[in-house]
Ligand binder design. Structure first.
Ligand code: C2E
Ligand code: MG
Ligand code: MG
Length: 570
């Protein structure tokens, strides 16, 4: 937490750099009434303070003659730095010649020693800060062309000026249109831009009745700095309703993340990154419109950062372990082990066991999933080969293919290369693609699925029933197996409608000529009902949880024994 706690305060902050302690104290006394002050005894110390990306300085008062690193070098270094370049520098000197040189290198003004006229010094500081802020505001273009709100740069420059003058509690709010990418893809960029404009108008309207300013932060995220209120949930719902009707009755999902700014704490950029993090935390979750930044969220972000930075080591050290869950064909006299699903687990050396629910969607967001999936595919292939050697039988294994993998144009060749390397038939490595992947970008998906099927891979549609596939789309995507999502299985015996739904999904699968796998079967009654409905294959705790490869080997042995037994009986 401390990382964020450095006060930039509501006062502007001035850095005083002088090697003589008496000068530092004198200037400190003059300036501390109006400014937050920080001190450095030489150029090196000054550069160290300035290098903190979260400290925002409005002015540097710089002595030229100092040991270790002199003032000229500080000026040069600041001018060479993108971020520090904008901070005005006032040089303090008693030498006339140095004044000229320092102004030439880029100092904004100078103050001559000794410091006997405090009002003059204060006035010069004030004027220099004001000039530089005006300049930075003018430099950044003011309005975002698409939304009509401020641009991000202007917004933050304005905010830095505004804050010292505020005397009401304020909140940083990030607003995001969930899955906006789809709007662009399905309806086209022009329509996407129009919707962003509508959102901009709505935000402007809102700000006519509350104190605040707003900008388009990035793509489809808006930042609103607004007088504190407690009805953000209502507000977001109202805006979403209006936005829906402006967007021609489409159902958009507006999400808000809120961070309450504490006076004297942090930087506006950090306030909004927190508001944005709160907003991202509810991305994709239906029915949740609004979230506040919390310590818990902060800890989760730190946890996620950790996971991201540990992925490569984990692959190298083989901390990712693949478990196998059996699938049984239930249509015969006795359930027969027919295949397995490969499911990843992370055995983290310090954080312990981590389930995929905690990291898969995180890694889908940043593309790391491709590395992980590739690792799992190779592990699964190795395992199929190992079992073949051990038991003389081939167990097909389904691997999960994330929707991110679909966009990888090398997907088909990566998978074929694995088969070649381990001399496996493509029918042995089955591919589970979640239904949600189908609704996103159908064209590339159809192409990938076609190519893969041509090569002999079998495709399973995972979590069927949770996405938005239209029946029409189902007929145009060739699939071999439908996997019913476990939520339907869980509900089917509690509720007649859910029961009918499962029957209907099994009928749809029949119509598509696809086999059906029911996931998450835990109870015997579920199994019996599914068997009666004609469901072919069942996966779930009723038979077994996902197991480490060696334990799964025991199931294969058992299956082989039973097969022998039934041959002997016949
Ligand atoms: P999924 O592909 O739908 O996998 C089925 C999940 O249901 C697994 O959770 C499995 O352990 C769990 N499950 C199976 N039978 C039962 C049951 O009877 N009751 C209950 N309550 N749960 C059951 P798991 O292993 O935690 O994996 C969660 C999800 O993470 C998977 O859902 C899949 O979407 C993703 N995942 C796992 N491994 C990988 C991977 O290697 N790559 C990718 N892209 N995703 C993976
Ligand atoms: Mg799966
Ligand atoms: Mg599933």
């Amino acid at each position: 937490m401390e990382r964020f706690m450095t006060t930039s305060g509501l006062k502007r902050r001035v850095l005083i750099v002088d090697d003589e302690i008496i000068n530092r104290e004198l200037l400190g006394a003059i300036l501390s009434q109006n400014y937050d002050t920080a001190f450095a005894a030489n150029g090196e110390e000054a550069m160290e303070l300035l290098s903190d990306p979260e400290a925002y300085y409005s002015l540097i008062l710089l002595d030229l003659m100092m040991p270790v690193m002199d003032g000229f070098e500080v000026i040069e270094r600041c001018r060479a730095d993108e971020r520090l370049r904008r901070i005005p520098i006032i040089v303090m000197t008693s030498e006339k010649s140095a004044e000229v040189r320092s102004i030439r290198t880029g100092a904004a003004d100078f103050i001559t020693k000794p410091y006997d006229m405090p009002e003059v010094i204060l006035a010069r500081c004030e004027r220099t800060i004001e000039l530089s802020e005006d300049e930075s505001i003018i430099r950044s273009t003011e309005r975002d062309k698409i939304s009509g709100l401020y641009t991000r740069d202007y917004f933050f420059a304005y905010l830095h000026r505004l804050i010292p003058r505020l005397d009401v509690p304020m909140d940083a709010v990030a607003l995001n249109i969930d899955r906006f990418q789809l709007i662009n893809e399905i309806l086209g960029r022009q329509e996407g831009d129009r919707i962003l404009k509508c959102a901009g108008d709505l935000i402007s309207d809102m700000l006519t009745s509350s104190i605040g300013i707003a900008c388009r932060g990035e793509n489809d995220t808006f930042f609103v700095f607004i007088e504190r209120r407690d009805d953000y949930l209502e507000l977001t719902k109202q805006m979403q309703k209006k936005l829906d009707s402006m967007a021609g009755g489409r159902h958009l999902h507006l999400k808000a993340g809120v961070y309450s700014c504490e006076p004297g704490e942090g930087d506006p950029e950090i306030w909004f990154s927190r508001a944005k993090a709160a907003c991202e935390g509810i991305r994709g979750s239906f029915g949740t419109y609004c979230a506040r930044y919390s310590n818990e969220l902060y800890e989760r972000m730190v946890f996620y950062e950790r996971l991201i930075s540990d992925v490569n080591d984990a692959i190298e050290n083989r901390d990712f372990v693949v478990y196998y869950q059996p699938k049984y064909n239930i249509q015969g006299e006795r359930p027969k082990l027919v295949s397995a699903e490969a499911l990843i687990r992370w055995n983290h050396p310090e954080l312990g066991f981590i389930s995929p629910g905690e990291f898969i969607s995180l890694f889908e967001k940043n593309g790391l999933i491709r590395k992980i999936d590739y690792y799992v595919w190779r592990e699964a292939a190795t395992q199929i080969k190992r079992w073949r050697k051990l038991y003389g039988t081939e167990i097909p294994v389904s691997v999960n293919v994330s929707r991110v993998d679909i966009f990888d144009t090398g997907l088909e060749s990566k998978l074929s290369d694995i088969l070649d390397e381990f001399s496996l038939d493509p029918s042995l490595l089955m591919l589970e693609i979640t239904e949600t992947a189908y609704s996103g970008s159908a064209d590339r998906l159809i192409e990938a699925v076609d190519n893969l099927r041509e090569k002999g891979f079998r495709i399973e549609m995972d979590d069927f029933g949770t996405g938005y596939s239209s029946l029409n789309m189902l007929t145009s995507i060739p699939i071999d197996i439908l996997k019913l999502d476990m939520q339907f299985i869980r509900r089917m015996l509690m509720d007649q409608k859910a029961y009918r739904l499962v029957e209907m999904m099994i009928d749809i699968a029949g119509f598509l000529d696809a086999a059906v796998v029911a996931e998450g079967v835990e109870k015997e009654e579920q199994l019996k009902a599914l068997k009666k409905m004609g469901c072919d294959i069942v996966q779930g705790f009723y038979f077994s949880p996902p197991l480490p490869a060696e334990r799964f080997g025991e199931l294969i042995e058992k299956e082989l024994k039973e097969r022998e037994g039934s041959y002997a009986d016949n």
